[in-house]
Structures are given as C-alpha cells and as structure tokens.
Design a protein around this ligand. Structure first.
Ligand code: SME
Length: 159
C-alpha cells in the first residue's frame, strides 16, 4: 500500500510534490498499464473535486480508453472529436471551463462540468492523453494546467 501525504502551501508546491510522488510510484516499473493505473489512482485521490481521472491511448490513430478512476466511459474517441480528441490532434493541453460550451464535447458522465486534457508524448509521437473531469465548473486554472503538465512529464519517463 502506498500512503502519500502531500501537504503543500501553494498550488505550485503541491504539484511539485505530487510529481515527485508519481515519479517514485512508477520508478523502475516498465509496465505501462500498471503505471497508468497507479497514476490515475494517485491523481484521483490527491487532486480533489474530480469525478473522472484517467488515460486514453493512441492506438493506430484512435484514442482508446486506458486505466482510469471514475464511471465507465466511452471506449474509442477519434482524433479531433471532443476535448480529448482536440488535445490529441493539436498536441496541446485543453482546459475547458464549461464543457457544455465546448463544441463536440463527449458527455461520458453527465456530472462533468469542466475538463483538463494533457497530451502525453513518447519518442516524439503522441502516446495518449491524461483526461481529468470535474463536477464543478471552472475547476481547473492555469496553475492546475501547468501542474498537470508537470505530472505528465513525470509519467512519460515510465511509459
Ligand atoms: N469528455 C471527454 C470524453 C472522455 S470522458 O470525459 C471520460 C471528451 O469530450 O473528450
């Protein structure tokens, strides 16, 4: 069992500590599924105010559901579709304050109100995306975006 207690004064410090915890959780483990599964669990436990946290992988140009925490979700998402597909196509983080206002948003869980999707790269190619959903509108700010990009950089070394 892993018991990470992250007590940081600022959001930036919180994400720094969480990235270190994630690094230590995946260090030396070559299995991608195990590492994504533990990353999803750690993020769901530590971030708060999330209803879904997990991964879609780039499988021959389609996003396919990977390890996650939350309700059962859509399995395949074409590049360019929804928030995840936009992140996959542009290879840029998508931070959506109101998912109902995002054209083509895919409602996997009706409770989701805001979303943050970070592309994951491996060897110069898109490996997949980290998808975080919150039941609160505008749950993610610019510091969460930078922090979650830091988490993805910490994970990329173990994929
Ligand atoms: N809402 C996402 C789909 C994935 S679920 O939120 C888990 C989207 O529009 O890409």
């Amino acid at each position: 069992m892993y018991d990470f207690k992250i007590e940081a004064g600022t959001k930036a410090a919180f994400y720094d500590e969480l990235a270190k915890a994630l690094e230590s959780l995946v260090a030396g483990e070559p299995d991608q599924v195990a590492n994504m599964a533990n990353a999803a669990a750690l993020i769901m436990e530590q971030l708060g105010d999330l209803n879904w946290a997990g991964f879609y992988r780039n499988v021959e140009g389609t996003l396919v559901l990977g390890p996650f925490q939350g309700r059962a979700a859509c399995i395949r998402i074409p590049f360019g579709k929804g928030v995840c597909g936009a992140a996959a196509e542009s290879r840029e983080t998508q931070r959506v304050e109101d998912v109902h206002a995002f054209p083509g948003h895919i409602a996997c869980d009706a409770a989701s109100r805001s979303e943050l999707v970070v592309p994951i790269m491996k060897d110069g190619e898109l490996f997949g995306v980290l998808d975080l959903d919150s039941p609160s509108p505008a749950r993610f700010d610019a510091e969460d975006e930078a922090g979650c990009e830091k988490l993805v950089r910490a994970l990329e070394a173990a994929l």
